[in-house]
Design a protein around this ligand. Structure first.
Ligand SMILES: [Zn+2]
Length: 776
């Protein structure tokens, strides 16, 4: 009994081992399969957010409306404001307090960022760097009061960049509460202190360009996944904001021109007759820009300052933020963009220092991006989109308005790099209207959800701008240097930006490259575009989480992408697939001549190679047999490759055992290539192989990543072809971010090996019923 069982086990082990080695060695002990589902990493679906990635039947979100009066003091470089916030509690729970964001406090003297900022002295320091260390700028909100509607002070507590406002009575579900905040702050010089907002001073004419944002206490987001999102603002993690309606009265010197979120309500009061007429022309103009404030007028404007003030009134609906730019230096142009059923006004505000680049490209880049982004998501829903020249580099996004840097040399010349980076940054910052301004993700926690998706669409827009547009981010090959770097310093994409050393590489570049790989290689354009659009459509004017994105991409495409999210978003492994070996085989048809030579070759292959190089063979002058011919017999003379009647008989017997179909298969003359591929990097990917045949033709075979689903480390696959293969290249178009392509090429051996095809009959299971019957 025991013996019998042992025997059975042995058979099973042997057959398992055989299968195993025939395919691949097993993965490392204890290693978890990369194709296991993502259940532990994702939140449990519920009535708010469903397993399909769509908002559920009980989805809710809060709302905050703002009514603001703002005054900009150009002499003191200060901004003053009062706001009435009306907060709508759409949640099913009572709120005892509200949290607001005081982002300006990052520049307060005792700010947390100042305290936790680390630094080193290097051999050479820039003056700007040194000035920053010495800066005693008195930034941060000076909150004058927080009052309820009746004018009673509300208790509040400032916690670094956050402020808790305690309510006299808990705010009930489905009710609203209005309160007032009054504040002012000193505006920072962006060229010295940096920051997403601030002013730029033009020394030559003594004027400023104000780029004003994060300038009012803003409601934090309260939702069912985070509660209050009041993670401190430390600089990298951007903003998490609820939607609402805004009304802003902005008072500035009356020679200023303002570009802002929302629609201007009092053009009659703040624009001149000609300006209004030109703005009307721009609304009718498509295909070309109309200048509303000309360069000559701007130059005239900046020559002296006026003492009078004007108040510009803007209204914006269903936006998550408000920003504006103001200067007497502004040139202003606009152009109507017609697409689908809609007409949107694309506009630019820039100084003469931005020309000739800005008048040529800015508004047209915005117009271009409106169309391309709308195609991949949904029609851009806001009435306008503004690009403002605010500094010398970089950009920052707000609803309907973006601050962009990049201007030519004083003589008007510019480099090729500047041209493309400016067009790129304008497209990118406009693109943020979609992610996160409308598809309103939590930037403080998941930078990739806006930066990555936006960088991906920026890449697609750039490709549609110009065929040879230099790719900064997007294609898989652009991320390999980062991904093969020192893993100690690399975090997964799913890391909050303030804890990530490589926000740029992770949130922007790696995410964008990952989406490109999904679109071009894993899902294909049709499936990807459908699913991506579905995600944008589902979460337009809502707050998605990472799981909502991952789930929607799977739900709409019918693909299980858990392995990809796990490797690319939750992991830090890089991609390095390698061709380990390619074996070339042909079928041994058993025709006697071939069968004999194959057999002889197999037996003597090693001996032949050994003999061909052996020295003592040459040193032996004469062998016994050479000296004495009488020693020879049959075996010294017969030809081992000669076909005998016995061989013919065997062959006939073999043929007789085959069906016609089996005979055809035997004689078809196929080449069989067994390609062994290993996964060195850890991140699995589709296997893309280019076969170059001996007749010079080429063929590309694409194998889904699921080939790795059982063995993550190495696999082998058989390819059958009538043609003979000379070379095989893995990832020939650099689609998969493979960091080492030196192990991706293989030259196939010159001679094939042959294999026999036998009829293997399954041994039938013992039929006990029959045996017992026979015994009887
Ligand atoms: Zn961005």
């Amino acid at each position: 009994m025991f013996k019998k069982r042992l025997f059975i086990c042995l058979v099973w082990i042997v057959s398992f081992f055989f299968l195993n080695t025939a395919v691949t060695p097993a993965q490392k002990k204890g290693q978890l399969n990369q194709f296991r589902q993502l259940y532990p990493e994702l939140p449990t679906p519920n009535a708010y957010r469903t397993a399909s990635g769509a908002p559920g039947p009980e989805y809710w979100q809060q709302r905050a409306d703002y009514d603001m009066s703002i005054e900009l003091d150009e002499n003191k470089l200060r901004i003053y404001g009062t706001e009435t916030i009306t907060y709508f509690n759409n949640s099913p729970v009572k709120l005892q307090y509200l949290w607001l964001q005081l982002d300006q406090n990052i520049r307060a003297k005792d700010s947390m960022r100042e305290k936790i900022g680390s630094g080193r002295i290097s051999d050479t320091m820039s003056f700007r760097g040194l000035e920053r260390i010495h800066s005693d700028f008195d930034g941060g909100f000076k909150i004058e009061y927080v009052k309820d509607e009746k004018g009673t002070n509300l208790h509040c507590k400032v916690v670094n960049t956050m402020m808790r406002v305690d309510l006299p009575q808990a705010l009930k579900p489905r009710s609203q509460y209005s309160f007032k905040v009054k504040w002012w702050y000193n505006i920072n010089d962006r060229s010295k202190i940096g920051g997403r907002s601030g002013y730029h001073y033009y020394e030559k004419d003594g004027n400023h360009v104000f780029a004003i944002a994060q300038f009012f206490p803003r409601m934090a987001v309260y939702n069912e996944t985070e509660g209050w999102q009041h993670k401190q603002f430390l600089g990298s993690g951007e903003f998490t904001l609820p939607f609402g309606n805004y009304k802003a009265r902005i008072t500035v010197p009356s020679d200023h021109i303002i570009g802002a979120t929302g629609v201007l309500q009092n053009a009659d009061e703040v624009l001149t007759g000609p300006q209004k007429a030109r703005l009307k022309d721009a609304r009718d103009a498509t295909g070309h820009t109309v200048i509303i404030v000309t360069e000559d007028e701007a130059v005239q404007n900046e020559k002296e300052r006026v003492d009078t003030k004007s108040t510009w009134i803007f209204k914006a609906e269903n936006v998550r933020d408000f920003a504006f730019a103001s200067s007497r230096k502004f040139i202003w142009d606009a152009m109507a963009v017609k697409f689908g059923e809609r007409t949107v006004l694309a506009m630019s505000f820039y100084t003469k220092e931005g020309n000739p680049l800005w008048e040529k490209y800015s508004t047209k880049a915005v117009a271009h991006a409106i169309k391309v982004y709308s195609k991949f998501t949904f029609d851009y829903p806001y009435p306008k989109a503004i690009s403002v020249l605010t500094g010398s580099g970089g950009g920052m996004e707000y609803p309907m308005i973006a601050f962009n840097g990049g201007r030519p040399e004083p003589d008007g010349t510019y480099s090729e790099g500047l041209k493309y980076s400016l067009i790129g940054v304008i497209i990118h910052e406009f693109g943020h209207n979609f992610f996160p301004m409308i598809v309103n993700s939590d930037e403080r926690q998941w930078a990739w959800m806006d930066e990555g998706l936006n960088t991906f669409l920026e890449y697609l827009s750039e490709q549609e701008w110009e065929r040879e547009f230099a790719e900064r981010n997007g294609p898989a090959y652009t991320i390999t240097e980062y991904m093969k770097g020192e893993k100690k310093y690399i975090s997964p994409i799913m890391t909050a930006p303030d804890s990530d050393l490589h926000v740029g590489s992770n949130a922007y570049a790696k995410t964008a490259a990952g989406l490109n790989i999904l679109r071009e290689t894993i899902m294909g354009r049709e499936l990807f575009d459908f699913a991506f659009k579905e995600y944008a459509r589902r979460w337009k004017f809502k707050h998605p989480t990472p799981a909502d994105f991952f789930r929607t991409m799977e739900d709409a495409s019918g693909m299980d992408l858990d392995w990809f999210w796990r490797g690319w978003f939750f992991g830090t492994d890089h991609v390095d697939l390698a061709i380990d070996n390619v074996k070339w085989y042909k079928v041994n048809t058993m025709e006697p001549e071939l069968a004999k030579s194959v057999e002889w070759e197999k037996k003597n292959r090693n001996r032949k190679r050994y003999i061909s190089n052996i020295r003592n063979k040459k040193e032996i002058k004469e062998t016994a047999l050479e000296k004495d011919k009488s020693l020879a017999d049959f075996y010294d003379e017969y030809d081992p490759l000669e076909v005998t009647p016995l061989d013919e008989k065997e062959y006939k017997k073999y043929l007789a055992s085959l069906t016609e179909e089996e005979k055809d298969l035997l004689k078809a003359g196929h080449n069989y290539y067994e390609v062994a591929i290993s996964n060195i990097g850890g991140m699995v990917m589709p296997v893309i192989l280019k076969f170059k045949y001996s007749d010079g033709s080429e063929e590309v075979k694409r194998i889904p990543a699921e080939i790795w689903r059982i063995y993550n480390d190495s696999v082998s696959k058989i390819f059958v072809t009538k043609k003979e293969v000379r070379y095989i290249t893995l990832d020939p178009f650099l689609e998969t971010a493979d960091v080492d392509t030196r192990n991706n090429n293989w030259t196939v051996q010159e001679e094939p090996d042959y294999f026999k095809v036998k009829k293997i009959k399954r041994r039938p299971e013992k039929n006990l019923m029959q045996l017992i019957k026979e015994k009887k």
